[in-house]
Design a protein around this ligand. Structure first.
Ligand SMILES: [Zn+2]
Ligand SMILES: [Zn+2]
Length: 273
C-alpha cells in the first residue's frame, strides 16, 4: 500500500492511500487537474478512486468533491454534519448527488479498498471535523489536519500508528508579528483553530513509541510558518524526549502544492520488528 500527499495547506489538501490499482483520496481541496496529474504520476486515474474520505467542510478540503462525485461517480464519505456543511458551502457547486453520499460516524469503523478506517472527532471551527485512523495489513496510519486542540483520542491513535500525518500550522511569534488582523490571529490560536508547531511537537514527543517510523507535518501556514521552523520545533521536542530523529523516526514537513515522497506503508511496519 502506498501513501502520498498531493497538497497540504490553506490552498488545498489532498492525500492518496491505496496501491497501483485502486485507492481512496483523503480530502479533495485542489483542482481536478492537479488531482489527475498526481494520480497519473502513479499510473492511476480517477476511475481508480473508490471514494473520498472528507475531514471537514472548509473549502480547502472539499473544493472538488462534487465534481468527483457527480461527474466521476466517486462516493464521498463524510459525517452527516460535514455533508450538511458542504451543502451550505457556496464555493462547492454543484451539490453532491444523493447517490454519491456516504454517511460515516465518528468512532464507527468501516471498510473501503481493504482498509479499515476509523473516523474520530477533532476540535476545529468547521461544522464538524474528523481525523482518520487507517489500518492495513501490519500497519496503521493516523491523519489529523486542522486541529484546534489536542484530544486524548488523537493521542491514543498516535500511540498505535506507524505513520502519523499531523498539523503544524503556525509559529506563535510569526503569527503574533505577522500581517493578519487581530480577530484572525485569535481564531487561529483558539482551541478551535489550528495547532502551533510546539503543540504539535509536544503531542508527538508525549506519544512517541518505537513503532512510529514516519511523521509528516501538514497544513503549514504560508504566512505564519516555514518548513524549517516547523521541522526544528517538532524535532526539538522529540529530541528532548530522547527520540533520535532520522534514526528512530523520519520527520518531514509537507509542501503546500507539491507531492510528498511516496511511502510504502508495509515497510514501516516491517522496520518495527
Ligand atoms: Zn484547512
Ligand atoms: Zn479547516
Amino acid at each position: 500500500m502506498l501513501f502520498q500527499c498531493f497538497a497540504s495547506g490553506s490552498d488545498g489538501n489532498c492525500y492518496y492511500i491505496g496501491d497501483y490499482t485502486r485507492g481512496v483520496l483523503i480530502d479533495a481541496g485542489i483542482g481536478i487537474r492537479m488531482i489527475r496529474q498526481n494520480l497519473r504520476a502513479l499510473g492511476l486515474d480517477l476511475y481508480n478512486i473508490m471514494g473520498v474520505l472528507v475531514t471537514h467542510d472548509h473549502t480547502d478540503h472539499v473544493r472538488t468533491v462534487s465534481v468527483l462525485a457527480n461527474k466521476h461517480h466517486i462516493p464521498i464519505y463524510a459525517t452527516e454534519k460535514v455533508h450538511a456543511g458542504i451543502d451550505h458551502n457556496p464555493r462547492v457547486h454543484p451539490k453532491i448527488d444523493s447517490s454519491c453520499r456516504r454517511t460515516i460516524q465518528k468512532d464507527v469503523p468501516f471498510e473501503i479498498c481493504g482498509l479499515s478506517v476509523q473516523p474520530f472527532g477533532v476540535a476545529h471551527d468547521s461544522v464538524d471535523c474528523v481525523g482518520y485512523s487507517i489500518r492495513g495489513e501490519g500497519w496503521t496510519m493516523t491523519l489529523a489536519t486542522d486541529i484546534g486542540h489536542v484530544s486524548d483520542h488523537l493521542a491514543e491513535h498516535i500511540r498505535q500508528s506507524n505513520i502519523v500525518v499531523v498539523e503544524a500550522n503556525y509559529d506563535p511569534a510569526m503569527l503574533e508579528n505577522g500581517p493578519y488582523p487581530f480577530h484572525l490571529k485569535e481564531r487561529i490560536r483558539s482551541g478551535s483553530g489550528h495547532l502551533a508547531n510546539d503543540e504539535c511537537g509536544r503531542l508527538l514527543a508525549e506519544n512517541y513509541h518505537s513503532g512510529l517510523k514516519q511523521i509528516f507535518l501538514c497544513h503549514l501556514s504560508q504566512m505564519n510558518n516555514k518548513p524549517d521552523t516547523a521541522y526544528a520545533a517538532v524535532c526539538q521536542r522529540l529530541t528532548e524526549a530522547g527520540v533520535q530523529v532520522g534514526t528512530d523516526v523520519e520527520v518531514a514537513p509537507l509542501a503546500r502544492l507539491r507531492p510528498s515522497k511516496l511511502i510504502q506503508l508495509e515497510t514501516l511496519s516491517m522496520s518495527t520488528h
